[in-house]
Ligand binder design. Structure first.
Ligand code: CO
Length: 488
């Protein structure tokens, strides 16, 4: 019996995040949205990951307005990538903020929530998954297995996690292979085991970074995978996903034929090739990356490698690159083998860089420890796959009392939506009052305070929830964005 493979298209999100530093604008997507909608994709991944941050920081676009525009032109479900309790930021948020964000995103048109946690700790997935399952628009809710390799991970580890996710009520499960570490035969075994253990559909997401992409997809297809993430040809392969058109052609005439018309993609590909050239020129980006089989040993996601090189340069230690490559896996082992994906990848990367610099100065490793590394080590972000090495805890001066065994208890202490709303409203009112300062000179302080309170109450009432969420996720960047756009 024919069992078509479904395709999720990533050209609007991961593909340009991987190859073009997330710089695609909504205007560059708009001309092709109707055509993309007609292809028959399982979903169009278009939001989340770094897009929200990039919209505010670099493109002067309101991410919520982008989502509205996409929704206006698309019936195909819009997929977003969400970092569980981290949402789209780098901190853990309170459950209240997580629920508010998921509800708003669903209301604005997110049809598929792909939810992951960098440590694969389900504590960090629970609230986001529950909120998405309860959203009144009834979006599709997908849980992720963040794929990594270590002596503490096997295919069985991921099967166990999948069973747990299915129990939590997810509608499908994604193998999220962000660094392209999943080898073809391992993928075949993993998909077979998952198909036997759970009944929800299995989706595979990889990056071509180490050169396995199409081979891994083909073996996964043979093993019965249901959905593949592919990128349209101009933004495919390299550090992005395997190519959509090639995948469709590969399966043509087989029992897993996608049924999609590959030639309907020609004009769309042509458009995005032009877009790619525009973005490369405007932002001075190379637009391609070499295949890097070393990723298998170092497990460093593509984009991160260039960040780390820049960090080293900034500290005048560009010649320490090889040392850094070797220090990364050591730090990862010390910290209990976290998978390297945002935000754990940045945390491990920064620590490795610091260690290399310290050693170059003749000082021991872990002489200087950034706060977020300490937090990861003491369990603030959840359980690491293996325990953090005792001698490392000691070097970081982390005592028994510092250890956090249930990170949900910590999250409960994080600010709520009401806290963020008040903070933003206060900033806006104080900025407004400062701008009319000369007129307020000599005013009775009691009256001034009264005016401020009235203004504050009004502002708290008026602030749109979307702005409060932008502020909660990226405080400085959002403030700058609001100022630039007359919202301050
Ligand atoms: Co990805």
């Amino acid at each position: 019996m024919a069992k078509p493979v479904k395709i999720t298209e990533t050209v609007l999100r991961d593909a340009h995040q991987s190859l073009l530093a997330t710089r695609m604008r909504i205007e560059q997507m708009l001309p092709m949205l109707e055509s993309l909608d007609k292809i028959g994709y399982n979903a169009l991944e278009a939001w989340g990951g770094a897009t929200y941050d990039s919209c505010l920081r670099f493109l002067n676009e309101d991410p919520w307005e982008r989502l509205d525009t996409l929704k206006l032109h698309l019936k195909t479900p819009i997929q977003m990538l969400l970092r569980g309790q981290n949402l789209l930021g780098y901190n853990h948020y309170s459950d209240d903020v997580v629920r508010a964000f998921v509800n708003k995103a669903s209301e604005h048109g997110v049809g598929v929530f792909r939810i992951f946690d960098a440590l694969n700790d389900v504590t960090n997935l629970r609230t986001a998954i529950d909120a998405a399952l309860k959203a009144k628009e009834k979006p599709h809710v997908q849980g992720c297995l963040v794929y990594t390799i270590s002596e503490f991970h096997s295919n069985q580890t991921f099967v166990d996690l999948a069973i747990e996710l299915e129990k939590m009520g997810v509608h499908s499960i994604c193998i999220k292979d962000m660094s392209g570490l999943l080898k073809p035969y391992v993928a075949e075994d993993l998909v077979k085991k998952l198909k036997a253990a759970v009944s929800v559909p299995i989706e595979l997401h990889t990056h071509y970074t180490s050169g396995f992409g199409s081979m891994t997809y083909l073996k996964a297809v043979e093993a019965g995978v249901d959905i593949l993430d592919c990128a349209l040809s101009p933004l495919a392969n390299d550090t992005s996903q395997p190519c959509t058109e090639t995948m469709i052609a590969t399966l043509e005439g087989t029992e897993r034929d996608t049924g999609l018309d590959r030639h309907a993609l020609d004009p769309i590909a042509k458009h995005f090739l032009g877009v790619k050239k525009e973005i490369m020129k405007e932002f001075n980006l190379p637009g391609y990356f070499d295949v890097n089989p070393n990723v298998l040993d170092f497990q460093i996601p593509g984009g991160m490698l260039s960040n780390m090189v820049n960090q080293l340069k900034g500290m005048g230690a560009a010649d320490k690159y090889q040392e850094l490559l070797e220090e990364m896996p050591r730090v990862r082992a010390d910290l209990g083998y976290p998978p390297l994906v945002t935000p754990s990848s940045q945390i491990v990367g920064t620590m490795a860089t610091m260690n290399v610099i310290m050693q170059a100065q003749g000082k021991p490793r872990y002489t200087m420890v950034p706060n977020e590394v300490r937090d990861l080590a003491r369990g603030k972000f959840g359980k690491t796959p293996a325990p953090v090495k005792p001698e490392v805890l000691k070097a970081m001066k982390i005592t028994e009392e510092d250890i956090i065994t249930d990170c949900a208890v910590e999250d409960a202490k994080a600010p709520t939506m009401a806290d963020f709303r008040k903070e933003l409203a206060e900033k806006k009112v104080d900025a407004k009052l400062a701008s009319i300062k000369p007129q307020l000179d000599g005013v009775d302080p009691a009256i001034y305070e009264q005016v401020r309170e009235t203004q504050l109450a009004k502002m708290m009432d008026e602030l749109p929830e979307e702005d409060v969420l932008s502020y909660a996720l990226f405080p400085q960047v959002a403030e700058e964005f609001f100022k630039k756009n007359g919202r301050f």
